[in-house]
Design a protein around this ligand. Structure first.
Ligand SMILES: C[S@@+](CC[C@H](N)C(=O)[O-])C[C@H]1O[C@@H](n2cnc3c(N)ncnc32)[C@H](O)[C@@H]1O
Length: 493
């Protein structure tokens, strides 16, 4: 936390004329000026370091960022271009210049692609020493990675291949190359702007710590800049975080992924609470494992540090289930989820019916299917929602509302999940209002108002999505619909 004493320690001296100053820079809250003129004069210099956060560090986390003032909901906290941008480590053939044009019809990853991003990083030493300097300061976990399976693959596929294939001789030794590979793995961001996606490393964004319930949302501009913004207000003194893994994965999967790729054990608030704020997002149902049991309890790992191999036990009847039995169900549920056609309502319903026996209503896999259902019910064609029966419309609304309640609890900064669900909810509520109007139901105004609220929230959540992504089209549609709803409600700006 940023203590009050910290702000007292900030020098209240105008950097231009060195006299005592009282006017604080409102963006960073860290520099004081004697006058607006001197603030304007100093801006060119100050711009580069004017941020609403400060870098701190400790033994457990290394460097991390702390808000130096309250950050308002919707505010962009970091927007910066990449230090390096290149093809992903494992990728199908792709243009190495624009990274946009995937060559069609042959999909086998070529081993040479693994070398390109490390090479681009290594070449920065000559092409852009300032960027190279920044890159060098990033965490590589070179010692922790050494000897692991990933490290051995990187040694064979990158460190040994670069000198052989590119004839670089002894320009870089194996350790030097492997350190860069570590920097890419620990700090790289997947850029979803092309198919296949690419990878980029940023400077400031690399200081952000991980949380499975982060307070920043990540997006990219069409030019590959990273945009990190706050969907909800962040208090002064709060640590800024992003999710390095997928916030919509169960705890065991998140922990394993973070350990393998980022080399740390996550101890965030969400991981420390196996119930995940009583959503039971990673839990299973006791009754699915005990024949003829009517127990309504949920099972969780006996040892919350071990989600993969140890026993699980019921929170209610204390019955024990082996990790192997849990693993078997989860693997089957995962494979069936992968194989099913999510755009088919009947497939989704069949999956829900079958796996509800073992999985909790908020379990990762059922939530995945509910997200699909929220989109396919009444969403097949532009006017399809007008034709669905009332019960189905209400079921779409309930699914959306349940999803939003869950997102608020486990991932309140997951802007794309919120945006997509808010869109579906606003559409269903608008249709409900249309039917209410037809039947002279007075609820129609409040339904329209609720629909408008959800359309506006959809826009707010998807505002930073780049034009190439579907989310940006959803945002544009929601904007148009919000205007139409406002005029129906007689709201003027
Ligand atoms: C992208 S870097 C973040 C910046 C890094 N702390 C530094 O000083 O350069 C990722 C690394 O930071 C550390 N880290 C980030 N979030 C963490 C967390 N929640 N718990 C423990 N370590 C964390 C881990 O060492 C991780 O591999």
């Amino acid at each position: 936390m940023l203590e009050d004493e910290d702000s007292d320690r900030i020098e209240k001296i105008c950097p231009v004329c060195q006299v005592e100053a009282t006017k604080r820079c409102s963006r960073c809250a860290l520099v004081y000026y004697c006058s607006v003129e001197h603030q304007q004069q100093h801006w060119k210099k100050h711009k580069a370091t004017c941020n609403p956060f400060k870098v701190f560090s400790n033994e457990q986390f290394g460097r991390f960022l702390v808000a130096t003032r309250e950050i308002r909901a919707g505010e962009v906290v970091i927007k910066e271009p990449p230090l390096v941008h290149g093809p992903a480590q494992i990728t199908g053939p792709v243009c190495v210049g624009c990274l946009q044009i995937a060559i069609q019809h042959f999909y086998v990853p070529h081993p040479m692609y693994q070398c390109l991003m490390p090479l681009r990083c290594l070449l920065l030493a000559e092409s852009d020493p300032a960027k190279w300097e920044l890159l060098q300061q990033l965490e590589s976990h070179e010692e922790e990675r050494r000897g692991s399976e990933l490290w051995r693959n990187d040694r064979e596929g990158v460190a040994k291949l670069i000198p052989r294939f590119f004839k670089t001789g002894d320009r870089w030794d194996e350790d030097e190359i492997l350190r860069i590979v570590g920097i890419i793995q620990v700090n790289g961001h997947e850029i979803p702007l092309s198919v296949p996606s690419s990878v980029a490393i940023y400077n400031q964004a690399s200081m952000l710590e991980h949380s499975c319930r982060p307070n920043l949302s990540k997006s990219f501009t069409n030019r590959g800049e990273i945009v990190l913004w706050a969907p909800n207000t962040i208090k002064r003194g709060e640590r800024l975080s992003i999710c390095y893994t997928d916030a919509m994965w169960a705890t065991g999967n998140r922990l394993e992924h973070l350990q393998q790729t980022k080399m740390f054990r996550c101890e965030c608030e969400r991981c420390s609470d196996p119930t995940e704020y009583e959503t039971y997002f990673s839990a299973l149902r006791c009754s699915g494992f005990q024949k003829d049991s009517k127990c309504k309890g949920y099972i969780l790992p006996v040892d919350s540090d071990n989600w993969t191999t140890g026993d699980w036990s019921c929170q209610k009847c204390r019955g024990v289930v082996t990790g192997a039995a849990v693993g078997q169900i989860l693997e089957r549920a995962r494979m069936d989820l992968e194989a099913m056609q999510k755009h088919r309502e009947d497939h989704c319903n069949k999956y829900m019916k079958h796996y509800s026996k073992w999985l909790t209503p908020n379990h990762q896999y059922l939530v995945d299917v509910k997200i699909s259902l929220s989109q396919v019910i009444g969403g097949k064609a532009p006017e399809a929602i007008k034709k669905i029966p009332y019960e189905k419309l209400m079921s779409k609304i309930k699914i959306c509302q349940d999803l939003l309640t869950l997102f608020e609890k486990i991932c309140p900064a997951e802007a794309r999940a919120f945006g997509a669900t808010r869109f579906e909810l606003h559409a269903a509520l608008a249709e409900l209002a249309r039917r209410s109007t037809e039947s002279n139901n007075p609820a129609c105004t409040s339904q329209l108002e609720e629909s408008l609220y959800n359309a506006n929230e959809c826009v707010r959540m998807l505002l930073h999505e780049p034009a190439v992504l579907m989310e940006s089209k959803i945002c544009a549609q929601a904007k148009m619909n919000a205007e139409a709803l406002k005029s129906l409600l007689g709201i003027k700006e």
